[in-house]
Ligand binder design. Structure first.
Ligand code: ADP
Length: 248
């Protein structure tokens, strides 16, 4: 697929740490509106890949384009967030001493990027958007609950809601199901599918049951490059994937 029509385009991206290639000629294209799952063994380069996309790490070589034309390599971390690349880290970060509603309100009003404490009068449109987000993140009945009282899974959903409040064009999500109960994991897959109806999403995940339930194209990373790509059934049938990923 052409770079111009992609939401995210990586071509020949390499990063070395003290001579060790964490990313080695990594190329990948994500289409607008696509949800992609990234899998791979520990050390495959998944985190480094998220870091180069979000400007946390600068690649040694290669090209990274967002929305077809925006060269991300020349942008810093704050500008990349402002451009509409939202990143959800593994650990939930919500304002524990504020209610669910206030967390969403804060995120809606804050400029993209690091969240600032900006409470203003909330317009009707903003209230409707918060209502929509509450329903989407399955926390409609928790709106007045302090974030501190939410379960781990609910905090993850709240943070996803806060990221969505900032209206990203691309959402990067790191192991959303880690530490969740089975029921929360299943609900998170449904939540991400709902989000993918209106957003481009990249999900890094270890839990294969979870990846299977997403039912999306999978990219397998190994030693900093793409080893295989396709449906989970397709990549699972690839002997090289079985060897490196499943350790058989
Ligand atoms: P994954 O997320 O797939 O487990 P990472 O991207 O975290 O993989 O790491 C890829 C490789 O790069 C690993 O071998 C890791 O030790 C190495 N690495 C990552 N970040 C650094 C760093 N800041 N300094 C040195 N080595 C690093």
């Amino acid at each position: 697929m052409a770079r111009q029509t992609s939401i995210l385009y990586l071509d020949g991206v390499s990063v070395s740490f003290d001579g060790f290639k964490a990313l080695n000629d990594l190329s990948m294209v994500i289409e607008p509106g696509e949800m992609r799952a990234i899998i791979g063994p520990n050390g495959a380069g998944k985190t480094t890949m998220m870091d180069v996309i979000t400007g946390k790490t600068r690649p040694d070589t290669g090209e990274i384009y967002f929305n077809g034309v925006v060269d991300l390599i020349s942008e810093d971390e704050a500008s990349i967030a402002e451009l509409g690349v939202g990143r959800k880290f593994q650990k939930p970060t919500v304002f524990e001493s504020h209610t669910v509603w206030d967390n969403l309100e804060l995120a809606l009003k804050a400029p993209r990027g690091p969240l600032a404490t900006l409470f203003h009068v909330t317009s009707g449109d903003e209230r409707s958007r918060i209502e929509e987000l509450l329903t989407l993140i399955r926390l409609g009945d928790k709106r007045d609950e302090l974030a501190a009282n939410l379960s781990h899974g609910q905090k993850q959903w709240l943070e996803i809601g806060m990221l969505l409040a900032q209206d990203p064009k691309l959402l990067l999500v790191d192991e959303p199901a880690a530490g969740m109960t089975d029921a929360e994991t299943a609900e998170t897959a449904e939540l991400l599918k709902d989000i993918a109806k209106t957003h481009s999403v990249v999900v890094v995940e270890h839990d294969m049951t979870f990846v299977r339930s997403l039912d999306v194209k999978v990219t397998v990373l190994h030693e900093g490059s793409v080893l295989a790509e396709g449906s989970l059934d397709h990549v699972s049938a690839d002997e090289r994937v079985v060897e490196v990923y499943l350790g058989r």
